[in-house]
Design a protein around this ligand. Structure first.
Ligand code: DX5
Ligand code: ZN
Length: 231
């Protein structure tokens, strides 16, 4: 069994490539890698599950040689089972699927493990934590959407903090709790206080004058709360 690179509990900053300048992907990736990002978050949208289309497998293949960063792939698509293998072959290290579109979660989890990917499950704002109760202990990561999926740059939904708190209580130390959407200097500490330890940030990182500074600021703020909680 390969070791799970997400297993160690610590704060992880996950810039979302969705907010980057797509005409300069190589530079953008190098900027966040040297700037201290832990993973890169890849938002895949199919125009069906969500009303937007982002990028897909050929782009992941092209950017794979450019960076050593873990590819945290968030599939906002209707049939994750159908496309998972192609994403892993293209270079995705972790695959996160949406619980709302999966009828046989155990089957998909086993399949993703066979592919060698870490396994994540994502919940839309309207999806309660109870919906993943049965298989919560079988995933490596839970992604709580703190905006409606589909677009970057939206406002953080504070109502989601209760869900984060509820899930945080149920996860083991080697399982990650990711928050996704609207994470910035104003919201990051509330998310970590509630129990999140993996912080997706698109706009806050890539639209900052200096992404490295934005990553450092988010990390400093997140760790200040996290160290206090885990002390
Ligand atoms: C929304 C995506 C998010 C989003 C985050 O559908 O899942 O990852 O890109 O972007 P910001 O940080 O701009 O809210
Ligand atoms: Zn995402």
């Amino acid at each position: 069994m390969p070791t799970n690179p997400l297993a160690q509990p610590r704060i992880r900053i996950a810039p979302s490539l969705l907010a980057s300048d797509f005409s300069q992907l190589r530079d953008e990736l190098q900027r966040i890698e040297t700037g201290g990002a832990d993973v890169v978050h890849l938002d895949i949208m199919d125009g069906h599950y969500v009303s937007n289309i982002s990028f897909g497998i050929p782009v992941i293949e092209k950017i794979r040689p450019v960076t050593k960063l873990f590819f945290d792939t968030h599939l906002m698509i209707d049939q994750p089972h159908r496309y998972a293998e192609a994403f892993v072959k293209a270079g995705s290290n972790g695959i996160t699927f949406h619980t709302e579109v999966v009828t046989e979660p155990f089957e998909l989890i086993e399949y993703l493990r066979k592919l060698g990917a870490t396994v994540g499950v994502s919940l839309n704002p309207k999806t309660p934590a109870i919906d993943i109760e049965q298989y919560l202990s079988h995933v490596d990561l839970v992604n709580v959407m703190t905006v409606e999926p589909g677009f970057g740059g939206q406002k953080f939904l504070s109502d989601m903090l209760d869900k984060v708190t509820e899930l945080a209580k149920r996860l083991r130390p080697e399982q990650r709790l990711e928050v996704d959407g609207g994470i910035n200097e104003e919201t990051v500490q509330r998310a970590v206080t509630a129990g999140a330890d993996m912080l997706v940030a698109g706009t806050a990182v890539f639209r900052a004058p200096r992404p490295a500074d934005a990553i450092a600021t988010l990390r400093r703020q997140a760790e200040a709360v996290w160290k206090h909680k885990t002390a």
